[in-house]
Every structure is written in C-alpha cells, then in structure tokens.
Design a protein around this ligand. Structure first.
Ligand code: ADP
Length: 923
C-alpha cells in the first residue's frame, strides 16, 4: 500500500521528495505539503484497497442527512470514508437534501464541507428564481435577462396574468411554486382551468420546442458553485437529455397529455412507451441521451451547437448572478470559513425551435439516481470530479482529544508522521496562505493574505477540475457579466483586476462540451491496461506535476505578484483546451457495447491480414454502410459459431457460460429486431430443450435477422450510393478485411467504432429518422415505432457486398427466412410508398400500431387517433407478377384521415379523404 508521506528520519520538514505518489492524493498549499483527496469514478461500484487506503488512514467521515444517495454513499465509502450518525459533528462532509440551519453552518470547522449554500432557495424555488430574474430585467434591461419564460405568481398576480392572457391565449403551464419531478404540473388554455388551491406559478408555455425525431426533450446541466465571494461557477461538460414518450403535437387538443408535454424522467418512465438503454457506450438511444450525443446529433443536422452552448452558459451565469447578492450576504452572516460550502445545481433547459435555450428551473439537489448505465457513467464521473474539485483536505475529523484516546499502535506510521507534520505546518490552505504572506511580506506581493488564499484556491480547484469547466470568471465572461455583480464589497473586482487586467478576450479558446466519457467498465479496463503497461514506471502526482505545469505560459495581468504567485496565476487562465483533459477510450480496450460475447469456439479464428483496428486508430473512419457491413459480418460469425456448436457432439465444458451467451443473443435479437423495418418475431427457445437445439434455433433466428438487416443495408447503399466517403477506409481494403476477419477482430473493430461515435444507431438503425427523411410511414404489425424504407422489389438487381456470396447460411435458415421474404415486404412497401408517400407517416403508423391488427389473419377495421383503417384480404399471390409474389396474400387497405390530422404545416396538399391500395404480406 503506497504511503502518503514517506518516512524519513524524524525530520518534520516536508520537502517534495518525501511525498510518495498516490493516485488519490493531490498536494496543495504553498509548499505542497497538504494532501487533498482525489476521487475516482470507478470506485462508485467497487472497492479497491488502494483507492480507499487514504480515506481510511485519515479516518475520514461523512454523514447523509434527509436524503438518500446510493451514489454519493458508494463513492465516499469506497474512498475509505465511513458514515457517521446524522447527529454527529465529526465529519469531513455533510451531504444533505435540504437547506441548512444557521446554527449548523456556524459550527463548521475549516476542513468541513456541506453541499449547500445558505439561501440557495433564491435560485432553486421557482417563484424566487423568477422574481430574482425579473428584478435583473428591470435593473439591467429586459432583453439582457430574457432567459426564462414569462411567469406570474398566483394568486398575488392574478390580475396581471388575466391582462396578459387577454393578449396571449397561451397555452400556459401551471406549476406549484416549490415542487419537483413534474408533480402538480398541467397545461391550460384558459384561466378558468387553473385551480387556485395553493401558491402557483403560471408560465408561458414554450410551444415550439426543438424536437428530435418529433419528440420534445429538455437538458439537465450540472452546475457547481464553489464560492459566492468571489463567484466561481463551473459546468460539467456532460449532462443528460430527457425525452418525452409521446411525439409532440402543437395542436391544443393534446394539452392534457403529460407524456407529450413534460419531459421529466420520473413521469415518463411510467409510460409503456418509455425506452431505456442498457448499454453505457450508447448515448443516443431511447428516452435518455447524453448531452453530448444531442449536441453531436444537432451538429450533424447543421445546427450551430457552439452558439447554443454559449447561450446556455449565458443563462447559467445570469441566473446565478441574479441570486448572488442574497447568497453571498447569507454566507458572510452564517458561514465561518470560505471553503465550507459548495453546491451542485441541476439546471433544466428547454431549447426552442429557433435554438434559443430557456431556463425552466434550477434544482436544489439534482437527482443522482442511476437507473440506466448512462446515468451511472455520467453521474459517477461528475460526483467524483466534483469531490476532487471542492477538495477534501485529508484530516481526521475527530477532535484531537478523542483522537489521542485511540490506540496509537493501530495507526499507520505514515499517519503518525502526517500527524506530526500537521502540528508543524497546517492542513488548511487558508491558514497556509497566511504563512505565504508572512514569509514574503505585503510589500512585495501587493496582495492581501485573503487574496492570496483565494488565488491559490482558484488555482488548485482548477488543477483538480476533471470534467468541470469554469465558466465564471474567465477573461471573456468577466468582461461580459461583471457589470451584473451586485454584492459590494466583494473579492470579485479586486481579483479580476489582478487576474484579467490587460488580458485579451480573444485569447479565450472555445469551450468543448463534447467530451466522451468513459463508462466505468471501460475506465477499469483502461486502468488495468495503464497499470500493466506502465509497470516499473512511476506516475507523478501532486507537487512535482504542479511545478512542471506552472512554467507554461505568461500573463501580462499579474505583474505585481511574486514569482511563484505569478506563475500560479498564469496557469489559472490557460485556455482550457491546452490543459489535459481526461483520456478518451483506449481503442485497444474493447468494451462490449454489442451485447454478444465472442467467447467460445470461433469459426473464423485466423487474424485477417489487414488490421482494420489499426487503420481506424490512425483516424480513418468507417462509412455508415461499412459499419453495417462489419456488423452484419460479425453477426454471421456468431451465427455460424452457434450453428457449429449446435452440431458438435461434445458436451459443453461450461454450460452456464453457454446459457449466458445465448441469453445475450436473445436479448440482442429482441432489441435489434425492434429497429428493423420488417417485423421479425424473436422467440426464446424453450429452456427445457437440449442446449444444442437451443443453439440451432437461435442461430436460425439470427440468420433471419441478418437477412432482413442486409436488405436494409442494401437499401441504404442504393440511397446513398456506394462511393467512397472522404476519410473512410478504402473499399477494397475493407472488403478484404471483411472476408477474412474473425469474430473477435470484428468485435474489436465494432467496439472501437461504437466507443468513438458513442452510438449504436448506425448498426441498429433509428426508425424515426428514416420517417423524417423518407417521409414514408407505414409499419407492419408489431413494428412499434418505425416506417419502412422504400425497399426495392427485385433485390437481385442490386446485389450488395453483403449478399454476394458472403452470407453463408444454413439451408434451414434460408428456408425459414423466406417465410419473411423481403420481396413480399418490399413490394408492399413500394406500393404503399407510391400511394401513400404523402400521408402523414406518423398518423398511419400510429393506426397500425394502435390497432394491433394481425394483418395476415383477418379483415379488420380500426379507428384510432383520427385515422380510420380498413383492411380486407383479397386473394393469394400466384407469383406471376413481381408485386404479388407466390405465397403472399394480397390485401386491400383503405385509410381515411380526418381533417384534424392534416396539419396545415406539413400536408397542405392533402384533402381529408380516403386513400387506398393493395399490399401483400407473407401467408
Ligand atoms: P419540475 O421541477 O416539477 O420538474 P419543471 O419546471 O422542470 O418542473 O417542469 C417540468 C417539465 O415541464 C419540464 O421538464 C418541461 O418538459 C416542461 N415545461 C416546464 N415549463 C415549461 C415551459 N414554460 N414551456 C414548455 N415546457 C415546459
């Protein structure tokens, strides 16, 4: 176990070479002698002796009061903290779900921290937030603070609301003043619909939200404030986007549908349409995406995401500024030490169709629950980074007397040494700064000890910032927002004068919000990789590293500071992009984002001559078609292996592992089949069947899936063309690779590709995008959310890479696949496309989905959501005509649309009348 402080005689000095490196220690203070704990997100889920050794050694403690957070508890415990009773005062951190009483704050010692500032409700209560912003609008001009929808607090402002309503009929959204998770929220189009039981807010409803695949979403950003005087604001570079579960429709007929208008996870998870994603590497699937996945999506759509994020930063800074004076004053009154409080706020932001972000609310204790792997990935990293940034000094919270009562021999010698060291120096960066001042004298520095403390603190926080981006102050934001600071006197101006004077705003580099976080699993693998790879090498942490980085740049704004301080200050304002960000995924560390294991006997177990992974690591990319071809090839290898195993006569050595693997294949098939345009039924093999039979059945189903999947890729090839894309791997090299690649090699390549793109949608397809792009939209029974691509009737004329001799299926599989012949489906799709291409795709799909009509069983009529559908079976196809292939039934389909469905925006050319056609479907 590495020691924090090296034993070296009895000397009390603490020169750098006495300190031993430890991944959980950062050295702070003037002479870098004060250990501050660094947190690792992977500890959220598992205990590692090395990681928890430091916290244990210092007997560090936390208490959790009036809240429940498994994540916080897990991270702290696995960093060696122990939990004390909520009444105990011997803690390093108090994590609470509510505001703090003044007497609790007043009793805090310098090393203790609490996760709220006093009077934070000025931001986190909806009515207070609005009032504060309204005040700023009045003082500084409405347009500068037009960041929140117009709001009235009822009943006191009822008359003003009625006057406003006379001009703007809404809809309006009603919210209880101090509630959360969508509770008690509803929309009204008339003041008489408002129930006046409690204090409520009436806000103008943003009825033109930006949609993704027709769904409304909002963004959750994590904002960390570590001080209100001076004001220090950070935003975490990753956040979450939460999607509604019902497609958005602007017509007022649906205002009661909360699944359409509210995006709260706690509400939408109750919907049967809620889709969760169980793969932490896939960030753009289902009803919860990562913020960076949304930004990547929007960027692809041609939206200016840099502008969007700068506007979001703008509203965050302005919102915090609106409460700065009240909170700062409360801190001065109640909080004994400047480093006692920090706060993580959850900012909810809605983006409208003009790409303007609106602040909806600021959450006091943003949810840290981790229902999906993506939650854990983001929140564990964020909490670990936050704890590192706020900086827990390694100090035993027990009073000295109680400590000395403990059996001394139990203590690690290093801890005893640290104890001695503490007596000679001090564990607190604040008092350490005093030492700095006295050692150098006022005149040389022209800085007060308070300024020195704050400067050092800002610098050290910045070094430990992890994924947090400081948005205030920076050279640029100081210039823009300092005029709105209300609290005077404060440290802000004095510091800015020291720090920014003479700095050029343009030096600031664009902030990046598109960092790709590693999942905890990938982090662990990477950690192992680094550990093995760097065996014998020693990493440097703390003092040495800081020293080296201190000499990086110069700043004209700090001429008056002493040399060391000048360097510290320089580093503070380094453009963020110059600093080391956390490492991105190691491409050599496959992360099993595709839920198929390659363990077991691989048929293609020779390494291909071409190392595609290497090529991709050189920054070459796969085109969408190539990615799908690689995926299909991978599935074929799995399928063939399963088939081979089903035929093998030997008894499996690891039946449990085989079962797990088949379970994975079934889960994968069920999930992926939902995204196929054509409906294929995935059935779990009867568990009583012999293993061999189960494998054969699965292999068959996988074969069916591959056939359908390949058809869709063919369609894509026809649509996009097969020409080589810029930056993509050369086609002949790619083909050569595909022909020879083993299952595990393909898995590595696909894993790398998925990690790089943070999305499996290329492989699995996103139906709704095709709806938008193809304006086509009939699904077949069981197809829950998608439209069909206009597949070609005669697939033989467009043989793709996929089907030219590379699909080496079992004859059984071919036979069973033909039951779902894509020719029949393609014909149907083409006819429907031709006839109904202009019908609102969504509506027609809804009818099919909602009606649940088994097309091949009976004639039926359904009336749902404004569409009448009548289906009548006519005759059986003879195969003489390509559009009525053999073994298919031909149906007459009549669809009548009601006028309410014909949205004037999209379908002005349509009349509310019936459409009809014939489609065919396999018998
Ligand atoms: P809560 O604290 O209960 O979650 P919010 O203010 O965040 O309350 O509102 C809940 C949801 O309602 C938001 O996530 C958003 O989808 C929707 N919403 C709230 N206010 C508006 C608004 N003014 N315009 C459009 N949608 C809104």
């Amino acid at each position: 176990m590495p020691a924090v402080v090296k034993e070296k005689g009895d000397s009390d000095s603490s020169s750098e070479d006495e300190k031993e490196d430890h991944q959980c220690i950062s050295w702070s203070g003037l002479s870098k002698t004060i250990p501050v704990l660094l947190f690792l997100p992977e500890a959220a889920v598992s205990k590692d002796r090395n990681i928890c050794s430091i916290g244990e050694r210092y007997n560090m403690a936390f208490k959790i009061v009036r809240t429940e957070s498994r994540l916080v508890r897990g991270i702290l415990t696995n960093h060696g903290f122990h939990e004390v009773h909520p009444n105990s005062n011997d803690f390093n951190l108090m994590w609470t779900g509510s505001h703090l009483k003044p007497y609790v704050l007043r009793s805090l010692q310098d090393f203790q921290k609490v996760n709220h500032f006093p009077r934070s409700y000025e931001l986190t209560r909806k009515d207070r937030l609005y009032k504060n912003i309204q005040r700023m609008q009045q003082t500084h001009g409405f347009k500068h603070f037009h960041i929140i929808p117009q709001t009235f607090v009822l009943p006191s402002e009822y008359q003003e609301f009625r006057n406003c309503f006379a001009k703007d009929k809404g809809p309006w959204i009603i919210k209880p003043v101090a509630s959360s998770r969508g509770r008690g929220i509803y929309l009204v189009s008339n003041p008489n619909q408002i129930s006046m039981d409690d204090n409520i807010l009436v806000s103008r409803y943003i009825n033109n939200p930006l949609l993704i695949d027709d769904f409304k979403f909002d963004m959750r950003l994590y904002v960390l404030v570590t001080s209100y005087d001076p004001l220090l604001i950070y935003v975490y570079e990753e956040g979450l986007a939460r999607f509604a579960t019902v497609k958005y429709d602007q017509t007022s007929t649906n205002i009661k549908n909360t699944f359409m208008h509210l995006t709260n996870y706690s509400l939408n998870k109750k919907s049967s349409d809620y889709v969760s994603c169980d793969d932490p590497e896939v960030e753009d699937y289902g009803n919860k995406w990562s913020m960076s996945a949304v930004l990547r999506y929007l960027k692809q759509e041609g939206k200016d995401t840099t502008l969007l994020m700068s506007q979001i930063e703008d509203l965050i800074i302005k919102a915090v500024l609106s409460a700065e004076q009240q909170i700062s004053t409360a801190c001065k009154t109640f909080v004994p030490h400047k480093t006692n409080c920090f706060e993580l706020y959850g900012f909810d932001v809605l983006i409208d169709s003009n790409l303007k972000p609106w602040l909806l609310e600021v959450n006091l204790s943003p949810s840290l629950s981790c229902d999906a792997p993506l939650d854990l990935k983001i929140k564990a990293s964020m909490i670990a980074d936050m704890f590192s940034l706020v900086g827990f000094v390694c100090q035993d919270p027990l009073p000295k007397q109680a400590r000395s009562d403990r059996v001394v021999s139990e203590k690690h010698p290093a801890a005893q040494r640290a104890q001695r060291q503490k007596q000679t120096s001090t564990t607190n960066p604040e008092t350490d700064a005093q030492g700095l001042k006295h050692s150098r004298g006022d005149s040389t520095l022209s800085l007060t000890s308070e300024e020195i403390k704050v400067l050092r603190r800002i610098k050290e926080e910045y070094e430990r910032r992890g994924g947090f981006i400081r948005i205030f102050p920076t050279v640029e934001t100081w210039e823009l927002y300092s005029v709105y600071l209300e609290s005077k006197p404060s440290m802000n101006f004095m510091l800015a004068n020291r720090l920014f004077h003479g700095r050029n705003v343009n030096e600031n580099v664009q902030l990046q919000y598109e960092r790709k976080l590693l999942s905890l699993e990938a982090r662990k693998r990477r950690q192992r990789h680094l550990t093995y790879g760097s065996a014998g090498r020693k990493k440097t942490w703390g003092g040495k590293k800081s020293k080296a980085s201190l000499t990086e740049s110069s700043s004209p704004g700090v001429e008056e500071c002493a040399p060391q301080q000048r360097e510290e200050v320089k580093e503070l304002f380094e453009p963020i992009s110059h600093k080391q960000r956390k490492q991105v995924a190691s491409p050599l560390e496959p992360c099993h984002s595709i839920p198929l294991s390659s363990s077991g006997a691989a048929i293609h177990n020779t390494r291909p001559k071409i190392n595609l992974l290497n090529i991709l690591e050189q920054n070459w990319d796969l085109s969408k078609v190539q990615a799908r071809i690689a995926f299909s090839a991978y599935l074929q290898r799995v399928q063939q292996r399963l088939l081979a195993e089903s035929r093998a006569s030997s008894i499996p050595a690891w039946p449990d592992r085989d079962n797990d693997q088949m379970e994975l294949v079934i889960r994968f098939l069920k999930r992926a089949a939902r995204n196929l345009q054509q409906d294929i039924k995935v059935v779990s093999p009867d568990p009583h069947l012999p293993l061999q039979d189960c494998k054969r059945l699965l292999s068959q189903q996988l074969g069916e899936f591959i056939l359908c999947y390949n058809k869709e890729t063919e369609h894509m090839v026809r649509k996009l063309g097969n020409s080589e894309e810029k930056g993509c791997v050369n086609y002949s090299i790619f083909e050569e690779y595909i022909t020879t690649a083993s299952e595990s090699s393909l898995e590595e390549v696909l894993t790398f590709y998925t990690q790089k793109n943070k999305s499996a949608s290329v492989f699995l397809g996103t139906k709704d995008k095709s709806v938008k792009k193809d304006t086509l939209g009939i699904n077949f029974p069981g197809d829950s959310s998608n439209s069909l691509p206009p597949a070609k009737e005669d697939s033989s004329t467009s043989e793709s890479l996929l089907t030219t001799g590379k699909l080496n299926c079992d004859p059984n599989i071919k036979a069973s696949s033909s039951a779902l012949s894509s020719t029949a489906t393609a014909s149907s799709a083409s006819i429907l496309h031709a006839e109904f291409g202009k019908i609102p795709a969504l509506s027609v799909r809804r009818v099919f989905r909602a009606s649940g009509i088994p097309l091949h069983n009976r004639d039926a009529t359904a009336t749902k959501t404004g569409v009448d559908l009548h289906i009548q079976r006519l005759y059986c196809g003879e195969g003489s005509n390509p559009s009525t292939p053999k073994d298919t039934f031909v149906y007459h389909v009549r669809i009548s649309l009601r006028s309410s469905l014909l949205s004037p925006k999209c379908h002005t050319h349509l009349q509310p009348e019936a459409f009809q056609t014939h489609i065919c479907w396999p018998r």
